[in-house]
Ligand binder design. Structure first.
Ligand SMILES: *Cc1c(COP(=O)(O)O)cnc(C)c1O
Length: 412
C-alpha cells in the first residue's frame, strides 16, 4: 500500500472532507464534477458533512429525494422488509410485487406496470414497448419504427438514449449510435406535426425539461402532443422520472394539462430516496404486447424496492405533497421575481422544480452555486446559465424562506 492508502485505511472513519475528496480523485473515474462537500448524514431537508457543517439540500438528488432524507415511514418500510425478504428475481413471485403493481396502477389511473430499477432502464423499456407495439399492433414494417424525441432532451445515459441526445458532450466518442429516432424542436407543435410519418410509433418527451434547464413548454403543447398522437395512432410517452410524483405541484406534470399519456415513465422519487426503483406504467393495450422472455431485469420488481415504493406513494398522498409543492414553489418564484436581482434573467418552473436563469453579464451559474454552498445551501447548475432549485417537497416554509434569502443575497 502507498502511504496515502495506509493513512486512508487507518483513518477511514474519521477522515475529513479533504481526505475524502483526495481519495475520490485518486480512485474514482472522473465522470462528475461535484461541489466540494462530503456528506455523511441527512435528515429531512438537511444534510451534514463529515466536518459537522449543516446544509439545506435544495437539489434532492435531482428529485429522487422528494420525501427528504431518512423519511421515518419510508425508512421503516425499508428496514422491516429488509429483515423479511430482499430479492427473489422474477423467476419466482414475491408477496410485495402484486400489491405494488396494483397500488401504482391505481395511483396512476393506468392498467399495468413494468418494473425496472434506474430511470434509464425505464426509458429503454418504454422504447422497446413502443417498438414492439408498432410492429405487432400498428403494423409498421419490421425495423422501420421511428420515435420522435425533442431537442434539449435528457432521458438517461445508455448508448441508445445518448444516441438521440443533442448535447455534444453526452454523445461524443460513444458512437456508433442507435438509429430510429427523429428529433424535433421542444415546444413546437408544427415541428412535431411535420416529423410524423406512417412509421412513427411514439413521441417521447419530458413535460418540463429538468436537465435541459427547467424548460416549461408553451401552454397547450402537451395537449397538442396528445391530439396528434390520437390522430395518427402514435403512443404518447411522458418521461416523468424527474417531474412526476408531486414535484411540479401535481401527481404528474402532464396533469397540469389534464392529459393522459399512453405510457408514463417513473423513477427517482419512486424509490423513496432509498432504492433505485423505476417503472413504465400504461394501458393493457400497450404493455400487453410483452410475452414471457421478451424483456426483464434481475432486480426489477424486487420485494425490497416494492415495499419502499408502496410506502413512498402512501406518504405522497398522506402528506399532500403535490399541493404543498405547488404552493411553496409558486410563493418562492413570486418572491424571487419581486426581489429583482440584478444577475437574474428569468425565474421559471412549476411547483418545487425551479430554474433561475442568469443574465449574460452574470456568467455561468456554477460559481453562485458554490457561493451558496459556503452559505449552507446546496443546489446545482444545469445547462451552464441556469441554477436549479428543487428541495425536498416536505421542506418547511421557514427553511425555504431561509434558502430564498441566501439566493437573493448571492444573486443581488
Ligand atoms: C434522471 C432522469 C433520467 C435517468 O434516470 P437514471 O436513474 O439516472 O438512469 C431519465 N429521464 C429524466 C427526465 C431524468 O431526469
Amino acid at each position: 500500500m502507498t502511504q496515502l492508502e495506509e493513512s486512508a485505511v487507518a483513518h477511514m472513519d474519521g477522515m475529513n472532507s479533504a481526505g475524502h475528496m483526495q481519495m475520490v480523485e485518486q480512485y474514482s473515474a472522473n465522470n462528475y464534477a461535484p461541489l466540494p462537500v462530503v456528506i455523511s448524514r441527512g435528515e429531512g431537508a438537511w444534510v451534514w458533512d463529515v466536518d459537522g457543517k449543516k446544509y439545506l439540500d435544495c437539489l434532492s438528488a435531482y428529485s429522487a429525494l422528494n420525501f427528504g432524507h431518512s423519511h421515518p415511514r419510508i425508512l421503516n418500510a425499508f428496514i422491516e422488509q429488509a429483515k423479511k425478504l430482499t430479492l427473489t428475481s422474477r423467476a419466482f413471485q414475491n408477496d410485495q410485487f402484486g400489491p405494488f403493481c396494483h397500488e401504482l396502477t391505481a395511483f396512476c389511473d393506468m392498467d399495468m406496470v413494468l418494473p425496472m430499477n434506474t430511470g434509464a432502464e425505464g426509458v429503454e423499456t418504454a422504447i422497446k414497448t413502443a417498438r414492439k407495439w408498432g410492429y405487432t399492433v400498428k403494423g409498421v414494417p419490421d425495423g422501420k419504427a421511428q420515435i420522435i424525441v425533442c431537442s434539449g432532451n435528457f432521458h438517461g445515459r445508455t448508448t441508445t438514449i445518448i444516441s438521440f441526445s443533442d448535447d455534444p458532450q453526452t454523445r461524443a466518442h460513444f458512437g456508433p449510435y442507435t438509429p430510429g429516432f427523429v428529433q424535433v424542436r421542444y415546444g413546437s407543435t408544427d415541428a412535431l406535426k411535420a416529423a410524423i410519418t406512417e412509421n412513427t410509433v411514439a413521441v417521447l418527451f419530458e413535460p418540463i425539461q429538468g436537465e435541459g434547464g427547467v424548460v416549461v413548454p408553451p401552454e397547450g403543447y402537451i395537449n397538442d402532443i396528445r391530439a396528434l398522437c390520437d390522430e395518427h395512432n402514435i403512443l404518447m410517452i411522458a418521461d416523468e422520472i424527474q417531474t412526476g410524483l408531486a414535484r411540479t405541484g401535481k401527481r404528474f406534470a402532464v396533469d397540469h394539462a389534464e392529459v393522459k399519456p399512453d405510457l408514463v415513465i417513473l423513477g427517482k422519487a419512486l424509490g423513496g430516496g432509498v432504492m433505485p426503483v423505476s417503472a413504465v406504467v400504461g394501458s393493457k393495450a400497450v404493455l400487453g404486447v410483452f410475452q414471457p422472455g421478451d424483456h426483464g431485469s434481475t432486480f426489477g420488481g424486487n420485494p425490497l424496492a416494492c415495499a419502499v415504493a408502496r410506502e413512498a406513494i402512501r406518504v405522497l398522498v398522506d402528506e399532500n405533497l403535490a399541493e404543498r409543492a405547488g404552493k411553496l414553489g409558486a410563493a418562492f418564484r413570486e418572491k424571487l421575481r419581486a426581489a429583482n436581482c440584478s444577475k437574474v434573467k428569468e425565474v421559471r418552473g412549476k411547483g418545487l422544480l425551479i430554474g433561475v436563469q442568469m443574465t449574460a453579464d452574470a456568467g455561468p451559474a456554477k460559481p453562485y452555486c458554490k457561493q451558496l454552498m459556503h452559505e449552507g445551501m446546496l443546489c446545482k447548475d444545469t445547462v451552464s446559465d441556469v441554477m436549479r432549485i428543487a428541495p425536498p417537497l416536505m421542506i418547511s416554509e421557514a427553511d425555504l424562506d431561509w434558502a430564498l434569502e441566501r439566493v437573493i443575497q448571492v444573486l443581488a
